[in-house]
Design a protein around this ligand. Structure first.
Ligand code: FAD
Length: 497
């Protein structure tokens, strides 16, 4: 047995009940370990929250799922029942509608390249679809190069190769341009400001600055346009419910209102348990940190300022019109100003990029004559130097967000019954992430700036999972971290096998 491998039936203490942590816990329990999860708050799921009032329900975290295969694998590996026997998954089609400041309106079909080409030709002019397709063709090379090291496998000891951007350089005349940012690739290779805004909006939605993130971020729209965007009936929280239930079925013990303040180590330097805020000590043979707690070598690093999300839940009178698109992105009038505000500490903009989510799901409304709409915006964790909790700050910005969303929801103002506003301060409360930052998935390039710490820490017996460790944030990536860590603890190389 390798020196850091735990014996059968080890006691494993998991910090936090986020998606990465629960995915790990279920796998470890099936492997025969006694797993206890210590969660600071009163519930599981972390950022995958639900707000419910008056018969309406809203996702307060992610609204769509990518790469559902990650959770299918979790369910297959942890029991006989499939993911689909616990949650209803539907492909969202069109995958998204985009509204641009000049009035251009384009809907992109789900997971069909030919359909996307023809939609973009129609909206932006002949040739636009082919240019987009060429960029996605190059993004495919990024996917093929990074799928294993940046999604499926443990982080390699030598990360130098991942510091180079695998997005193939495009030859221009005699010059070969290397390692451009996403924004410059968008400008040069798409040759249309709307197409460029479309490409950069995917990065912004994951919290990346298009001005600095490498062109490898083209893998984000590539994944969606190749493998699809999925909705979970009942909202994304239903996925968290299902993973929690799977943990319970595999005899994982959950202890809520258990804040962890430290990881205890033995005389040999190995992790031996947890210290809780109420003074209790928990003994364990191995510790898995699923939250950015201050532990030696644990998760918590961030490559520069990581933004959060601003969410407005809107309860509307009147039914959801039949032909409504599930997700509409209303693009900002001034993208550079928006990026400055989100990534360089500027005040929240007047016209932000707003993602409008309008699920066709009767379980989110009290009856068929109402509609539940969620608006999401990527924002800095402080509002231009002010706290999001300062009087009027959130309400004022919500007003601007709703104004922008009117382009996607005709008659919104007249239909609004009430709204619930959620800021990064709420995310901080739910996830423990400082400022309410939401980490993005690991990306190659930029000298490794967008990699996350390895799942194996400097302390033997202490592992980390979830968005703040390899392979980074997002439901699929955090779910994969669970597979990687369970395999590492079993003595494997780390990965889903
Ligand atoms: C508003 C919002 C929007 C998002 N949108 C998207 C999206 O569109 N697409 C996407 O893929 N992803 C999105 N995400 C990110 C996604 O939700 C997460 O990456 C994913 O859920 C994985 O989370 P995690 O495992 O890192 O745990 P987290 O969700 O970060 O949860 C950590 C858990 O640990 C607990 N905890 C923290 N500190 C302690 C402590 N000291 N002791 C005990 N417990 C502790 C917290 O209470 C929490 O339950 C969004 C997140 C938020 C908040």
């Amino acid at each position: 047995m390798p020196p850091d491998t735990v014996a059968d039936m080890a006691r494993i203490a998991v910090i936090g009940a986020g998606m990465g942590a629960m995915a790990t816990a279920a796998r470890l329990a099936v492997a025969g370990h006694r797993v206890t999860v210590h969660e600071r708050s009163a519930t599981y799921g972390g950022g995958v929250g639900r707000f419910a009032r008056d018969g309406f329900t809203f996702d307060t975290g992610p609204g769509l799922l990518h790469l559902p295969a990650v959770y299918r694998d979790l369910f297959v590996k942890t029991g006989k029942e499939s993911l689909e026997s616990h949650v209803a998954l539907t492909q969202v089609d069109p995958a998204s509608r985009h509204l641009f400041p000049d009035g251009t309106d384009v809907s992109l079909p789900n997971a069909t390249r030919a359909g996307v080409i023809s939609a973009l030709d129609g909206a932006f002019g002949a040739g636009a679809g082919e240019r987009w397709s060429e960029v996605m063709g190059r993004a495919r090379e990024v996917w093929e190069t990074t799928r294993r090291p940046l999604l499926e496998d443990a982080l390699a000891d030598d990360t130098a190769p991942l510091g180079r951007d695998p997005y193939p350089a495009v030859r221009r005349g005699l010059f070969r341009r290397g390692a451009p940012s996403l924004a410059s690739v968008a400008e040069r290779e798409l040759a249309d400001p709307r197409a460029a805004a479309l490409l950069t909006s995917y990065a912004l939605a994951y919290g990346f600055d298009p001005r600095t993130v490498p062109a490898s971020a083209t893998v984000l729209p590539y994944m969606e346009q190749t493998f699809g965007a999925w909705y979970v009936r009942g909202g994304m929280r239903a996925l968290a419910d299902a993973v929690y239930e799977r943990c319970l079925a595999r005899k994982v013990e959950f202890h809520f209102d258990n804040e962890v303040v430290g990881v205890r180590t033995g005389p040999d330097g190995r992790a031996r348990g947890l210290d809780l805020a109420d003074g209790r000590r928990i003994d364990a043979d191995t510790v898995v940190a699923g939250a950015p707690v201050p532990v030696p070598g644990g998760p918590g690093r961030a490559a520069g300022p990581v933004p959060g999300r601003f969410v407005v839940c809107l309860a509307l009178r009147g039914p959801r019109p039949e032909d409504t698109v599930h997700r509409t992105v209303v693009h900002a009038a001034d993208l550079r100003a928006e990026w400055e505000s989100v990534f360089s500490g500027g005040a929240p903009g007047d016209s932000p990029t707003v993602t409008v989510l309008r699920p066709d799901d009767p379980s989110t409304v009290p009856d068929a004559s109402h509609e539940a709409v969620t608006l999401q915006v990527t924002v800095a964790t402080t509002a231009g130097g002010e706290e999001w909790t300062a009087p009027g700050v959130a309400a004022d910005f919500a007003e601007r967000v709703v104004k922008a969303a009117e382009a996607a929801v005709p008659g919104l103002r007249e239909r609004e019954s009430w709204r619930e506003v959620r800021t990064p301060a709420d995310t901080e409360r739910e996830t423990g992430a400082p400022g309410g930052a939401v980490p993005g998935p690991a990306l190659a390039g930029a000298g490794g700036l967008h990699l996350h710490p390895a799942n194996v820490s400097a302390v033997p017996g202490l592992y980390s999972v979830g968005g703040w460790s390899h392979p980074g944030g997002g439901l699929a990536h955090a779910g994969m971290s669970g597979a990687i860590v369970a395999d590492l603890i079993a003595g494997g190389p780390g990965g889903s096998r």
